[in-house]
Ligand binder design. Structure first.
Ligand code: GAL
Length: 387
């Protein structure tokens, strides 16, 4: 297989400018983020893409219909920035929109798809996020994502295509066949617990809509933002606790979402860095078989609420990743019966459990496992069958 046919095999790992910086982006920031990928271990942990979101261009195209890079924000231009990022062994992403304008009112790629794809390839980008604002109502979004996908795949460069239509218009039904490598299934995330919880709940039992080459994108991470967005909607005050960020990262990892960091990695906390660089969780997210995670309702069933659930992801080679989630306001026992994993007692197998957050072995267990999980917290295990 050559390189291009492998694009999008695993969920993308990277950083995106939107959550923290929104419109306030510039060349220096992006270079410093690339430097931080190397100096703070993000590249070693597997993060690869650095993506500039909305607000990078001028408000008008030039006389030839070309997009124009904002010369104040990016005086060196996009090709030079791409070179800088590539020299560090990283990949560079940009943003456009299926409509006439981006959500922030800059030119979109509607009716300019092939021209823009060529332009992006000339700048040597590796990733395009493609939004959904200002889409003429009578044009099906499905067609516009097919158009841009075709344009990118014929641009002469491998460009990962990240569709972003917020889960609208039955997108999971048609996005895989359009050629996109990932697609947003949710509205925009906010840096608060309620938002994490709502987005995660909306994706329970949707595991058939993710997989290799077209991953379910639950939106960029808010881990480590602590209310530090310059945008009021995303969240300027409060943010979340480290426990909540840990649960957020565990959910996105298990559910196979791309992991696109949204905080200012140049100055986030050691706790957030530890969460973002948890290699056991990243390995689960990047598992080569790319299976979605199914939900098990914990025992006893009369006790069940949607706020407490177990997610299971079948991994290549026969291990299972198992997450115990307590989204409720009180400490709960979250009991898993191994029968529900397809493992009957009579098989003779035990599960050898490894805790992916404490990085400790938890020994051999038979028939059931019943951890107590604090409010808003989780436990993520890697389980191996042992006879
Ligand atoms: C939204 C999108 C966000 C961000 C923003 C830029 O539609 O969901 O992730 O890209 O537009 O204006």
């Amino acid at each position: 297989m050559n390189a291009s046919t492998m694009l999008g095999l695993a969920p993308a790992l990277g950083w995106n400018s939107w959550n923290t910086f929104t419109w306030d982006i510039n060349e220096q920031l992006i270079r410093e983020v690339a430097d931080t990928f190397i100096s703070e271990g993000y590249k070693d942990a597997g993060y690869e893409y650095i993506v500039i979101d909305d607000c990078w261009s001028l408000k008008e195209r030039d006389a030839d219909g070309r997009l124009v890079v904002d010369p104040v924000k990016f005086p060196g231009g996009m090709k030079a920035l791409a070179d800088y990022i590539h020299a560090k062994g990283l990949k560079f992403g940009m943003y456009s929109c299926a409509g006439t304008h981006t959500c922030a009112g800059y030119p979109g790629s509607f009716e300019h798809e092939f021209q823009d794809a060529r332009q992006f390839a000339e700048w040597e980008i590796d990733y395009l996020k493609y939004d959904y604002c200002f889409k003429p109502r009578n044009i099906p979004g499905e067609l516009l994502y097919k158009r841009m996908s075709l344009a990118l795949k014929n641009s002469g460069r491998d460009i990962l295509f990240s569709a972003c239509n917020w889960g609208e218009d039955n997108v999971p039904r048609w996005i895989r066949s359009s050629g996109a490598h990932m697609y947003r299934s949710t509205p925009d995330i906010q840096d608060r617990w309620d938002s994490i919880k709502t987005l995660a709940h909306s994706q329970l039992d949707q595991e058939c809509y993710t997989g290799v080459f077209c991953h379910n994108d639950m939106d960029m991470l808010v881990v480590g933002m602590y209310g530090g967005s310059n945008d009021e909607f995303i969240g300027r005050i409060g943010g979340c606790t480290d426990t909540e960020y840990k649960t957020h990262f565990s959910l996105w990892s298990l559910m196979g979402s791309p992991l696109m960091i949204g905080c200012d990695i140049r100055k986030t906390s050691p706790a957030a860095k530890e969460i973002l660089q948890n290699k056991d969780l990243i390995a689960i997210n990047q598992d080569p078989e790319g299976r979605g995670a199914y939900r098990i309702k914990p025992e006893p069933q009369w006790f069940h609420t949607d706020e407490v659930f177990i997610l299971v992801k079948a991994l290549a080679g026969g291990d299972l990743a198992i997450g115990f989630f307590n989204m409720s306001e009180t400490r709960r026992e979250v009991s898993l019966l191994f029968w529900d994993l397809g493992l009957p007692y009579a098989s003779g197998y035990s599960l050898s459990l490894y805790d992916c957050w404490s990085h400790q072995e938890l020994g051999l267990h038979k028939e059931r496992f019943s951890p107590v999980v604090e409010a808003h917290d989780c436990l993520v295990l890697r389980a191996k069958l042992v006879d």
